[in-house]
Design a protein around this ligand. Structure first.
Ligand SMILES: Cc1cc2nc3c(=O)[nH]c(=O)nc-3n(C[C@H](O)[C@H](O)[C@H](O)COP(=O)(O)O)c2cc1C
Length: 218
């Protein structure tokens, strides 16, 4: 079967992407509004996009309007979707923290994904302990195995319609590794029980691993 994205509804394209580009790591993004309101939300359209310089990218979609208001702005016939709190905060302040999610934080991470009002602090909703960051103002999730303090590099906007999305690229300025995941002062990768997002409401754990030696080309 061949599928041309422009010929099928957006929801179907979304599901195909979600089910096949998987498992996806989860960026649990902490940010602050210009007035200092804390925010925390997960994003699985996420990856490291460069190692030197160290850059991370995640993609917030636009939130479809609850009911199109008569005087709402529009692109063509479509009302313009609302930016998610995270995207608005990142644009306003230029800073965010990407926290990595282990199995122990799965339920809390899920709780923070509710479409809450901007005035709600998701750290409180999920009863999460936080810690101050070193070089940026947003807090980090205290028990997350690793947290990346980022300064905004660029936002790419792909589409301004209700189903549009953006790519937020941040430069990592500080990496915090939680003590319990260190062995002899270095990250012990085998101690991480990270989770990944699959399609629908499915997740995967990364406790089953295997190794392969790369081919040597003379
Ligand atoms: C595991 C997981 C991954 C998610 N990934 C994304 C994503 O990549 N992009 C997106 O726009 N929303 C994603 N969401 C939904 C957002 O977390 C949700 O819309 C949230 O309310 C956004 O919060 P904010 O308005 O505080 O930024 C995801 C939800 C979950 C549970």
């Amino acid at each position: 079967m061949d599928v041309i994205p422009s010929e099928i509804p957006h929801g179907e394209v979304y599901n195909l992407l979600l089910n096949t580009v998987a498992p996806r790591p989860i960026a649990w993004v902490s940010s602050l509004s210009a007035s200092g309101q804390p925010n925390l939300a997960p994003f699985s359209f996420f990856n490291v996009v460069s190692a030197n310089p160290p850059m991370l990218g995640f993609s917030p979609g636009r939130r479809a309007p609850k009911q199109p208001a008569e005087n709402a702005s529009s692109v063509g016939d479509s009302p313009v979707g609302e930016p998610k709190d995270t995207l608005r905060n990142v644009r306003e302040t230029g800073e965010f923290v990407v926290n990595i999610v282990a199995f122990a934080q799965a339920e809390a991470m899920n709780l923070t994904s509710g479409e809450y009002e901007a005035t709600i602090n998701e750290f409180e909703i999920a009863k999460l302990e936080w810690a101050s960051s070193k070089l940026v103002r947003p807090r980090r999730v205290a028990l997350s195995p690793a947290s990346f303090e980022c300064k905004l590099h660029q936002v790419l906007d792909f589409n301004h319609g209700p189903e549009g999305s953006s790519l937020v690229i941040g430069k990592v300025v500080c990496i915090h590794i939680e003590e319990q995941y260190l062995k002899d002062g270095r990250l012990d990768r085998n101690s991480l029980d990270l989770i990944g997002r699959m399609g629908g409401i499915q997740y995967t754990r990364t406790t089953q691993r295997f190794e392969m030696v790369r081919p040597k080309v003379e």
